[in-house]
Design a protein around this ligand. Structure first.
Ligand code: UD1
Ligand code: MG
Length: 460
């Protein structure tokens, strides 16, 4: 299908205000699975390999345009200074596709769950003689959606907006998703005929099918499940879109060979990558940028962001990898271990209560409970290097910048302030002093003080 179809231009409408979000952030920049809603739409658009891609911006134009080009640097950003309707918005994009010969597909920036295959199916309709194709769905509650007035021969006579519809039209449950496709030059020409004599005094894109039909062009529909076309207009719908993404991601990861012991409690980012036979325990959160290698075990309650976990590693429970972290093969990162900007070598272990920041830890090194890399002096960050096979005793503070050589041994409770050579033993703690009987005498004195205090009449 992709090989035979005509070149494609895609216009994404994202100029609307999103009033019902009640937000200072433009609606299409609200995140779903860690990425702006707009990016989900643009990724779907990219899956269709368009020759041109334009995003129409208005409210929050600068931020929305920047977000679009951050993902697709070649995208044209078209300003629609005043929001005068969806037809008007597509017109704002026409300069960006001037002279383009091929088909035009219109998407909405606030409809993030469409599948590329659904859109391919819609565009394929153009190849079978339809001048305009509209993506429809059967609505459980058609409410404010535009209604599809379909003739008995199956062609689309016109779309009527809910606000302009009569009782008979409002009873129609076939609704307009807003997605439309047609020959680019034809759409541009038909848009000139669109007026704004309607309930909202807007230039409706939805007037095109009726105008096309009046010209004798064939207008058809394809239908998709309602869930796919669900738009985001308020935070309740945003949460629903998130839930839908998560449900699909869990299913996809399981079908691809990961075990999720409690799938409903695992939260994925849009780009999480899991290898074969990865196990993910309950209540794990994946932020963006996580890649997990084969056979790794992510135990319950981990929170992972921007990290690469090599095959066979065991993480958690309750581990936090905060970004810029690479965990080596078969390494162990245990409970209440936090890492940031750290390379943790193959077979290395930090089994409990440890902070590793701005550090390189060599293969097979072992960090005892309470090991802390003191990487921040309040102004600057400094690096810690721990060599292969090094043993760091419990409750060690490593004051960066500092290094511990290969196979060195740092004694428990040491505050490491200077570099430790390879194979050396570093110990820095006050020498122990045992005073015979002092413990007993101290306890007696304290108990006496407590008794005197309780006996005092005013409790003093
Ligand atoms: C639109 C359709 C309706 C359909 C529904 C599906 C029209 C006239 N109506 O209604 O048939 O059932 O979507 O969700 O098209 N936008 C701009 N500039 C504008 C106006 C809108 O960029 O001047 C953008 C919005 O940011 C949004 C999209 O176009 O991404 C849709 O606009 P919206 O106002 O939500 O249209 P609806 O009233 O939902
Ligand atoms: Mg809408």
């Amino acid at each position: 299908m992709i090989e035979t179809r005509r070149p494609l231009a895609i216009v994404v409408l994202a100029a609307g205000k999103g009033t019902r979000m009640r937000s200072a952030i433009p609606k299409v920049l609200h995140p779903i699975a860690g990425a702006p809603m707009l990016h989900h739409v643009l990724r779907t658009a990219q899956a269709l390999s368009p020759a041109r891609l334009a995003v129409v911006v208005g409210h929050g134009a600068e931020a929305v345009g920047e977000a679009a080009q951050a993902l697709v640097p070649t995208a044209a950003v078209c300003l629609q200074a005043e929001q005068r309707g969806t037809g008007h918005a597509v017109m704002a994009a026409l300069p960006a596709i001037a002279g383009f010969e091929g088909d035009l597909l219109v998407l909405y920036g606030d409809v993030p769950a469409l599948c590329p295959a659904t859109l391919e199916g819609l565009i394929a309709g153009l190849g079978t003689g339809a001048g305009i194709m509209v993506l429809g769905f059967e609505a459980v509650n058609p409410a404010g959606y535009g209604r599809l007035v379909i003739d008995t021969d199956g062609t689309l006579a016109r779309i009527v907006e809910a606000k302009d519809a009569n009782a008979e039209e409002l009873a129609i449950t076939a609704c307009n998703s807003g997605v439309m496709a047609g020959d680019a030059a034809t759409i541009a020409r038909l848009l000139e005929k669109v007026g704004c004599n309607n309930a909202q005094a807007e230039y409706y894109l939805t007037d095109l099918p009726g105008i096309a039909a009046a010209e004798g062009l064939t207008t058809r529909t394809t239908f998709c499940p309602e869930a796919e076309t669900q738009g985001v207009n308020d935070r309740v719908e945003l949460a629903r879109a998130e839930a839908r993404f998560q449900a699909e991601a869990r299913r996809a990861h399981m079908l691809a060979g990961a075990t999720l012991t409690a799938p409903d409690t695992v939260h994925f980012a849009w780009d999480t990558l899991l290898g074969k036979d990865v196990t993910v325990g309950p209540n794990v959160v994946f932020g963006p940028g996580v890649r997990v290698g084969d056979d790794a075990d992510i135990k319950a309650f981990c929170h992972l962001t921007e990290c690469e976990i090599a095959p066979g590693a065991a993480i958690g429970p309750f581990a936090r990898l905060r970004g810029g972290v690479a965990i080596g093969r078969n390494a162990h990162v245990g409970n209440f271990v936090e890492m940031k900007n750290a390379e943790f070598g193959p077979g290395a272990k930090a089994s409990h209560l440890t902070y590793v920041g701005d550090a390189v830890v060599g293969a097979e090194a072992n960090l005892g409970a309470g090991t802390i890399t003191c990487n921040y002096d309040g102004t600057m960050k400094h690096r810690t290097e721990i060599g292969a096979g090094a043993f760091i005793g419990t409750n060690t503070a490593l004051i960066a910048p500092v290094s511990v050589g290969d196979n060195a041994y740092v004694a428990t409770g040491t505050v490491v302030t200077t570099d430790v050579p390879a194979e050396a033993l570093a110990i820095a703690r006050v020498k122990q002093d045992n005073r015979e009987g002092t413990g007993r005498r101290l306890r007696q004195r304290l108990q006496q003080q407590k008794a005197e205090k309780q006996a005092a009449p005013d409790g003093q």
